[in-house]
Design a protein around this ligand. Structure first.
Ligand SMILES: C[S@@+](CC[C@H](N)C(=O)[O-])C[C@H]1O[C@@H](n2cnc3c(N)ncnc32)[C@H](O)[C@@H]1O
Length: 292
């Protein structure tokens, strides 16, 4: 018995090396992809799911203040940059992005309109007050972000700073409303994140197409939290080009939150597989739109 264990241990480095080979990883990855396709077909979605967090995808923030703004060139617009955030839940997402722009790009004038279908959530957003648990609900949130985004006298109630709040207007918004543009106006940047995955594919398709009608001729779309195949197909069909910036890093952040659901639950997400032919389009969460 002891000899058997010793032999196995000697083999272990080879086993470990084998597990790291592309062949072995592919054998673990592709069955998962098909298992996940089944999960998508067979599971009920959660359209009322409202999970959110501050700096949910931290690397999307520099993607916004860097290449997204470089692409849009706000100085050339002759008006404030307009950002629309749909399905914003309790407001962590719009406040995180607004804070990043105020902090990193104080030269830029911008207006943000954000909303959710759920009136109670919209009221929470408008108050701009969060508990300590709501603010610190993941380890990767840095103290710098907290101190430049909130003021808190007692360490319990965190108030979003007025220099950030003044940029954001909250209102009830239904992403399926075909008159949405009358409420939000057109967008240079549009965020529709972590809602398409929670609704049935045909509704997700409708929401995506409705969202397109809000875009200015040159615009950037943030689109995390959607079935990756559906996103690749829709973005390609509608001429959105993936932004080639920290794609793997951002996907890894998404995966950290959703890996426990893959491949058996609809809200899971596959690990980054660099050998896909269309890896950039498949894993990107940010897309550029330009009407030719
Ligand atoms: C999981 S949360 C996503 C929050 C945020 N976007 C984020 O990424 O952290 C999904 C939100 O979508 C909202 N929602 C669902 N259907 C919607 C619709 N038709 N229009 C607008 N919001 C909707 C829900 O109320 C919920 O707050």
């Amino acid at each position: 018995m002891v000899e058997k264990i010793k032999t196995l241990m000697k083999k272990a480095p080879f086993v470990r090396a084998f597990l790291k080979t592309r062949f072995c990883r592919a054998m673990m990855f592709w069955p998962g992809v098909w298992r996940y396709r089944l999960a998508l077909l067979s599971s009920d979605r959660g359209p009322h799911e409202a999970f959110t967090r501050f700096c949910r995808n931290p690397s999307q923030l520099p993607a916004l203040t860097g290449p997204t703004l470089d692409f849009l060139d706000p100085a050339s617009l002759g008006r404030p940059l307009r950002i629309v955030v749909l399905a914003c839940s309790t407001g962590a997402e719009p406040y995180s992005f607004a804070s990043a722009i105020v902090h990193e790009r104080s030269d830029i004038e911008f207006e943000m309109v954000a909303g959710d279908i759920n009136q109670e959530l919209v009221e929470k957003c408008q108050q701009g007050v969060y508990t300590r648990e709501e603010v610190y609900n993941h380890e990767t949130l840095c103290d710098d972000f907290v101190s430049r985004t909130f003021v808190s006298d007692d360490g319990q109630a965190y108030h979003v700073r007025s220099n950030i709040m003044k940029h954001v207007e909250f209102m009830p918004l239904d992403a399926l409303d075909t008159n949405l543009v009358e409420k939000t106006g057109k967008a240079d940047i549009l965020m529709l994140q972590n809602v398409l995955l929670n609704v049935e594919p045909d509704l997700a398709h409708k929401m995506f197409v409705n969202m397109l009608s809000l875009l200015n001729e040159k615009a950037v779309v943030f689109l995390d939290g959607v079935d990756l195949h559906q996103r690749a197909e829709l973005t390609e069909r509608h001429g959105l080009e993936p932004l080639n910036y920290q794609v793997q890093k951002i996907h890894d952040e998404v995966w950290q939150i959703r890996k426990d659901g893959w491949p058996q639950l609809y809200w899971g997400v596959e690990p980054y597989w660099p050998h896909r032919k269309d890896a950039l389009r498949h894993y990107a969460t940010i897309y550029l739109h330009e009407t030719k």
